[in-house]
Design a protein around this ligand. Structure first.
Ligand code: ADP
Ligand code: DP6
Ligand code: CO
Length: 342
């Protein structure tokens, strides 16, 4: 018997310029470039162990304690590319079978980017196991588009590119660049979304003219403005662009046939609270953004405003008084997250 074991962790990333739509479904080439921050792995993370051994009878993938389909196209594409870039002599030996065991310490498929940390972690762990030296962000992209951005810490752009080699993530600024910025994840609901991101974006590409306009005429300029805002630490502009882009993405979902609604009433209440708060303080100190789910992620200018926001959220969304989350998740109602230190 011969076994090799590797265990890795990977961060979630939350986009401030959203990826929604593929130009190439097979290669996961997106309609537009996107940009995100990777969160500190103390808070939300995936942990994945991969074992290759001669005493297993077949490959297996376990996610959060449940056996998943290891034959899926995404997993097989990832494995193929890892093996192609591998330097170990047993890489194509049929006697070696894989056991993959992964857990997310946060809700899976609920709009908190589990596919991003999940596939990033899987690819990174497999690359260690197989001694693979290829660009891992491109391989992670074939698992889930957003996963390519989790390969780096700090502020990360996924440049859409034209082909497999050019559609990769690049770091815009590291996690020390803007230490004042706080990230607050408000878990509104931990239930699995009704429409997966992949299905949702496919329907939008097919039916939404607004999405085509967004990708072609709005996002390219916004990407440049966003990079500038981050590099110059201009929080007011950063927040303005972040909220506009989240709104634009959800408008495209609503423009899809049949319409897709990921946000719920609580999500909309949080939007109003952030808008009123910014108005009261006279400039943007908080930005909301929503992925394909109802959960709010707030980017906050600094600790002082984080404390104020937490107080307000407790007043307005305290489960015993205000609008309630559908189900409790963490003991602490709000989850604090910082920038990644990956
Ligand atoms: P999310 O908003 O959480 O990213 P998606 O619809 O994009 O939701 O993707 C969810 C899917 O990602 C899951 O159903 C599963 O197939 C995959 N996934 C999530 N976590 C992991 C993981 N740790 N390892 C492998 N695949 C994962
Ligand atoms: C709304 O990366 O999950 O979170 O590439 O089909 O796996 P697939 O989709 P996925 O889509 C993420 C969509 C988003 C925006 C973003 O993270 O940029
Ligand atoms: Co996802």
């Amino acid at each position: 018997m011969h076994t090799n074991i590797v265990t890795c962790t990977a961060p979630v990333n939350i986009a401030v310029i959203k990826y929604w739509g593929k130009k190439d479904e097979k290669l996961h080439i997106p309609l537009n470039s996107s940009l995100s921050a990777s969160l500190d792995q103390k808070d939300l993370k995936t942990t994945t162990s991969v074992v290759a051994g001669t005493d297993f009878t077949e490959d297996e993938l376990w996610l959060n304690g449940k056996k998943e389909n290891v034959e899926s196209k995404r997993i097989q594409n990832v494995l193929r590319l890892i093996r192609e870039g591998s330097t170990v002599e047993w890489k194509d030996d049929p006697n070696y079978k894989l056991r993959i065991v992964s857990t997310n310490n946060f809700p899976t498929a609920a709009g908190l980017a589990s596919s991003a940390s999940g596939y990033c972690c899987l690819v990174y762990a497999l690359a260690q196991l197989y001694g693979c030296r290829s660009d891992l962000s491109a391989i992670a992209r074939l698992g889930s588009g957003s996963a390519c951005r989790s390969m780096y810490g700090g502020w990360v752009a996924w440049e859409m590119g034209r082909d497999h080699e050019s559609s990769v993530a690049v770091q815009v600024a590291d996690e020390k660049h803007w230490p004042e910025v706080q990230i607050l994840v408000c878990v509104v609901s931990d239930v699995q979304k009704h429409t997966s991101s992949s299905d949702g974006m496919q329907q939008s590409v097919r039916t939404s003219k607004l999405l085509a306009d967004r990708a072609e005429n709005i996002v390219p300029k916004r990407m440049e403005e966003m990079k500038q805002a981050i590099l110059t630490r201009d929080f007011h502009t950063f927040a303005d662009l972040t909220m506009k882009d989240s709104d634009s993405f959800h408008a495209c979902c609503a423009d899809t046939q049949p319409p897709i609604y990921y946000m719920n009433n609580v999500s909309h209440h949080i939007v109003s609270l952030v808008q009123s708060y910014n108005k009261k303080v006279g400039s943007n100190k908080v930005a909301y953004t929503y992925d394909a789910g109802p959960n709010a992620v707030l980017y906050i200018a600094d600790e002082k405003h984080m404390v104020e926001m937490l107080k307000l959220l407790h007043i307005y969304f305290n489960p015993s008084e205000g609008v309630q989350r559908e189900r409790p998740f963490f003991d602490n109602e709000y989850l604090l997250a910082k920038m990644s230190t990956l």
